[in-house]
Write a protein that binds this ligand. Structure first.
Ligand SMILES: Cc1cc2nc3c(=O)[nH]c(=O)nc-3n(C[C@H](O)[C@H](O)[C@H](O)COP(=O)(O)O)c2cc1C
Length: 217
């Protein structure tokens, strides 16, 4: 595998073919990418809502009005739409669930090792919540790692994708009742296959030259 070839070939899909759907094995691989993304102190502050039904996609598309209307057809015509959400807080129950999962997954030789790992996570969570006051920003940073992994993985699988920040996140929270679930929408990703109306598929990629963005010391 040549990762540079994948990175330079992938393109944001601007128009999806509504007749083409992802097969279940591909969807499972993409779910694995989302779940296995790395995160600071393995905090996994995310939840992913995957809309594949007309009803689910319709609920999301209905929020894309006014200046975000241009993204609605992507949501409606994609095979699957992932709503990448963060938890509104990393509460004690979540931190305990993480430590218990790591224990079940065999990461601790002793109870003390579990305690040490848990305490480190409590330290960083408290730091961001109570001292730096940037819990939303911290959790959003983690979700963008998952987004990057999803976009690259989709390209590697030959799937077209469109990440979308052109959304009304609060309207999506309301439409999907996310606040009641302790969640907040950050960004969407539509997945599927380009249609012949996807103008971006025919355009050359454009990036600043390597010398402008990479320095070696
Ligand atoms: C976080 C993020 C948000 C984006 N939001 C939108 C969006 O709302 N609508 C859209 O059509 N494209 C969106 N894009 C696509 C970018 O415009 C695109 O990635 C960029 O122009 C580079 O083109 P490429 O992805 O084809 O290489 C977004 C991309 C990222 C990474």
């Amino acid at each position: 595998m040549n990762v540079a070839e994948i990175a330079t070939a992938r393109r944001t899909c601007k128009a999806f073919d509504p007749t083409r759907k992802l097969d279940p094995d591909t969807v499972d691989q993409l779910k694995t990418l989302l779940r296995f993304a790395p995160s600071s102190v393995n905090s996994q502050p995310w939840h992913y809502i995957i809309a594949s039904t007309d009803e689910g996609k319709g609920k999301i598309a209905a929020t894309l009005a006014g200046r975000f209307e241009y993204n609605a057809p992507k949501v409606l015509n994609a095979s699957h739409v992932v709503v990448l959400c963060v938890r509104r807080d990393l509460d004690d129950a979540h931190l305990k669930a993480l430590a218990d999962q790591e224990e079940r997954d065999g990461r601790f030789a002793t109870p003390e090792a579990k305690e040490t790992q848990h305490n480190a996570r409590v330290f960083y969570t408290t730091l961001h919540r109570d001292q730096l006051n940037d819990m939303p920003r911290w959790t959003e940073k983690q979700i963008y790692i998952a987004l990057g992994s999803l976009l690259f993985g989709a390209a590697a699988l030959g799937i077209d994708a469109c990440p979308m920040e052109g959304i009304d996140a609060a309207a999506i929270d309301a439409a999907l009742d996310l606040e009641a679930q302790g969640l907040r929408c950050v960004v969407l990703t539509a997945l599927g296959y380009s249609s012949d109306k996807d103008f971006n598929a025919k355009l050359p990629k454009s990036r600043l030259p390597a010398a402008a963005v990479i320095s070696e010391i």
